[in-house]
Ligand binder design. Structure first.
Ligand SMILES: C[S@@+](CC[C@H](N)C(=O)[O-])C[C@H]1O[C@@H](n2cnc3c(N)ncnc32)[C@H](O)[C@@H]1O
Length: 283
């Protein structure tokens, strides 16, 4: 995966700026999906679509949510990128629920569906990257039946893994990396038009009512599983790609190098927490 360009498979966290450090090794296929699956299940359990419901996953990416919705009801996944839809098709074929899922290549801003087609619209980590977010929100509301639910997932709080003081380097490394990421993300958004609101507002502006935010925790404690270890190493290593000092990048390099005495994933005190927020309203 190349750095410095938008990548659908990788999600927002991979939309990084290439710095001087070597490219960060990506986790093996399936590791990201497996790492996030407990959180994905929590969110989908909370949304609890009825067995008779028809869900739209708008910007379905590698299809982790299409796969989970398909276990419970009918789901249509749309994405701009045909190669992603091919990947999702392959992942679905390995399940017992592929018959519940339909995939369509389409632009969220111009969907090939009649008004009031869906009971639940789910769009996860897509809106921050759209050019015309207001038009996309109106289009998604159009395809929702009156009384249907619009669930928009966008990050509100960043994750945490490291202690503030690692015992070497300059204390506060993770906070500096978060700041660099937030700055990049905000500037990236602003390049398509600034959005000086929290994400629930885009639903209200589209005429969605009773909008509430609900957040979910994803936690990993030591001893980490192999999947967690692989993902968390990548999670830390990719911070080298943000706008940090060379000293901070060197620290990140050391703490993510399994051959280094400073390899951080062996620390028994390590604990990862991530917060995921859904803005939910009624059409
Ligand atoms: C960061 S990924 C998120 C994927 C998935 N929803 C998830 O949460 O893992 C964003 C996805 O939205 C898709 N996307 C971006 N703009 C889109 C548009 N206008 N219409 C349809 N899909 C779009 C991208 O191709 C990409 O797969």
């Amino acid at each position: 995966m190349k750095i410095n360009r938008r990548s659908a498979l990788a999600g927002i966290a991979l939309q990084a700026r290439a710095q001087s450090s070597p490219p960060v090794e990506r986790p093996r296929p399936g590791v990201m999906s497996a790492f996030w699956e407990p959180l994905d299940r929590q969110m989908i359990d909370w949304l609890a679509p009825a067995k008779s419901a028809h869900v739209l996953d708008a910007g379905c990416g590698r299809g982790d949510h299409v796969r989970l919705f398909a276990e419970r009801c009918r789901v249509t996944g749309v994405d701009l990128k045909p190669e992603l839809l091919d990947y999702v098709q392959g992942a679905l074929a390995a399940t017992r629920f592929s018959g519940n899922a339909t995939l369509r290549q389409a632009d969220i801003a111009k969907l090939p569906f009649k008004d009031a087609t869906f009971d639940l619209v789910w769009s996860s980590h897509v809106f921050h990257g759209l050019r015309n977010i207001a038009a996309a929100a109106r289009e998604l509301k159009r395809v929702l039946r009156p009384g249907g639910r619009f669930a928009l997932r966008e990050n509100r709080v960043l994750s945490a893994l490291l202690p503030a003081d690692l015992g070497f380097g300059v204390a506060g490394l993770e906070a500096r990396a978060d700041l660099a990421f937030t700055k990049w993300l905000t500037e990236d958004r602003a390049a398509r038009g600034r959005y000086p609101h929290l994400w629930g507002q885009i639903l209200r502006d589209a005429g969605v009512r009773d909008v509430q935010a609900k957040s979910f925790l994803h936690e990993a404690n030591q001893p980490f599983s192999d999947i967690q270890r692989e993902y968390l190493r990548y999670h830390l290593a990719r911070k080298r790609e943000w706008d940090l000092t060379e000293a901070d990048k060197q620290t990140l390099h050391e703490i993510t190098d399994p051959a280094s005495p400073r390899y951080v994933l062996n620390r028994p005190d390590l604990y990862y927490v991530s917060v995921s927020t859904i803005y939910l309203g009624i059409a």
